[in-house]
Design a protein around this ligand. Structure first.
Ligand SMILES: [Zn+2]
Length: 83
């Protein structure tokens, strides 16, 4: 945790919650080279890989569950039917 003083309003990616600043609705990781939002499955896989790095003690199942729970809170994916 850093206590950096920021005067700009922080924008958060609608897909993963990462700070995007002036990137727009989505961060660089959630869009493809054309600026289109990546499909849920791709964002999910990226987030799983990220979580596996920061939480190396978790099992794959726990990581999948956490990722799913987290993405369900994102504006872009909230209310998405998981079938
Ligand atoms: Zn994102």
């Amino acid at each position: 945790m850093t206590a950096k003083q920021e005067t700009t309003i922080e924008m958060h990616c609608e897909s993963c919650g990462m700070v995007t600043n002036d990137q727009g609705e989505y961060c660089q990781y959630c869009v493809d080279e054309n600026g289109q939002l990546r499909p849920y499955e791709e964002v999910f896989a990226k987030m799983e890989r990220w979580l596996a790095r920061v939480e190396p003690t978790l099992s794959h199942e726990q990581i999948a569950q956490k990722t799913k729970n987290y993405m369900a809170t994102m504006p872009e994916w909230r209310g998405r039917d998981e079938t």
